[in-house]
Design a protein around this ligand. Structure first.
Ligand code: 1CP
Length: 341
């Protein structure tokens, strides 16, 4: 497959800058809302026919250079015995939160073929539907972000309970991170076996950590995951609000760093001595606002990337629900029409 997206991940100069959006299949898109109807996110994710349709429809509606499998980061945790519900307008809520070493010890071990066969079937179906037109990105939540939901029990911005568990039960923390690392590896390797052409690790909330805590409690697990994946599949590391950790993410070994709008995009290449591809980083609010502010924002990101190898245009985080799909189509057009040199 000739793909500007894969070329950019590899820092080969594609003809034009590729673009895709995190949460491109979501509530802002009428075709998704129609399928979502009364079904939950999990019901769609567990139905390969529907989840592959949702993923492909979104990529086609926008004209993006990659599709992403429709799933949720929480999904594989069911295999470990985590009981949760995804609540409308809130997010994942876990019933059996992790409070002690015993809770960590009682987690089951994970086998993708046994616990999430529907994700793997959805990958097969999505690849068939895409028919070689664009690559499919697989993904997993990263151990820290998953541990955050398991310990907090609900979305949290400060992750205070998680930090307290990490500091006060250091052994149990490392045991939990070890189990999650094994799960993420198995999950991503199974996705790759089923044909995804790139993988993204979502460590959405790890930016709450200081550089020294990141290095003591998290970085070894991220590195172990990236090291265990086959070389021929590009690996993307995503985190929001984490300008303080860029060099450490880079050292963990991904091919692509996905950064948000709080850092100037050119600074990422500078800080990593051009040794990485960069994905991002338009403020999702600008995509929702549209008009001149959005156009200026897109130009600014493209200008920041000029002269650097390996740029994948994206938003700094997921598409906001109030975004008009036409705004995203306009971004895709602008990015594709802009000359790289
Ligand atoms: O239909 C709905 O109710 C909309 C909300 C939604 C969607 C579309 C949730 C609940 N999950 C999903 C699917 C999903 N989740 C996808 C596939 C869609 C696509 O990208 O096209 C992906 C990649 C995810 C990943 C995900 N889920 C992340 C990592 C990305 C990020 O935004 O940082 C996280 C943190 C989650 C947890 C989650 N699931 C749902 C929500 C609202 C949240 C976030 C909760 C929070 O703020 O903590």
């Amino acid at each position: 497959m000739d793909s500007p997206f894969i070329d950019a991940c590899r820092r080969r100069d594609p003809e034009y800058t590729p673009v895709w959006f995190m949460r491109q299949a979501g509530r802002y898109l009428p075709s998704y809302r129609k399928i979502r109807g009364t079904k939950s996110v999990m019901e769609i994710a567990k139905n390969p026919e529907l989840s592959s349709k949702v993923a492909v429809d979104a990529a086609r509606a926008l004209g993006t250079d990659a599709a992403i499998i429709f799933a949720d980061i929480m999904l594989p945790l069911e295999g470990l015995g985590v009981k949760f519900t995804i609540i409308e307008n809130v997010g994942p809520v876990v019933r059996n939160t992790i409070r002690s070493r015993d809770d960590v010890d009682s987690l089951s071990s994970f086998d993708a073929e046994v616990h999430v066969p529907f994700v793997l079937e959805a990958i097969d179906a999505t690849i068939t539907k895409l028919d070689g037109s664009i690559p499919l990105i697989g993904f997993s939540g990263a151990p820290f972000t998953l541990a955050g939901y398991m310990i907090e029990g609900q979305p949290s911005r400060e992750l205070t309970k998680t930090k307290s568990f990490m500091y006060e039960n250091e052994k149990a923390w490392h045991s939990l991170m070890g189990k999650l690392t094994a799960m993420v590896r198995d999950y991503l390797i199974a996705q790759i076996r089923h044909g995804v052409q790139a993988v993204q690790l979502f460590d959405s909330w790890v930016g709450v950590l200081s550089p020294s805590d990141y290095s003591r409690y998290v970085s070894q697990y991220t590195r172990a995951i990236f090291e265990s994946l086959p070389q021929n599949v590009p690996k993307i590391h995503f985190c929001a609000d984490s300008g303080n950790l860029i060099e450490q993410f880079h050292a963990a070994g991904p091919d692509v760093l996905s950064v948000d709008w709080r850092v100037p995009i050119d600074a990422v290449w500078d800080r990593c001595r051009e040794g990485v591809a960069v994905q991002g980083n338009l403020d999702p609010s600008l995509a929702a606002v549209g008009g001149n502010a959005m156009v200026r924002g897109v130009r600014q990101v493209l200008k920041g990337a000029r002269g650097h190898r390996g740029h994948i245009f994206s938003l700094g985080h997921g598409v906001l629900r109030e975004t008009e799909p036409a705004n995203l189509r306009r971004i895709v057009k602008m990015v594709h029409q802009t000359r790289r040199s």
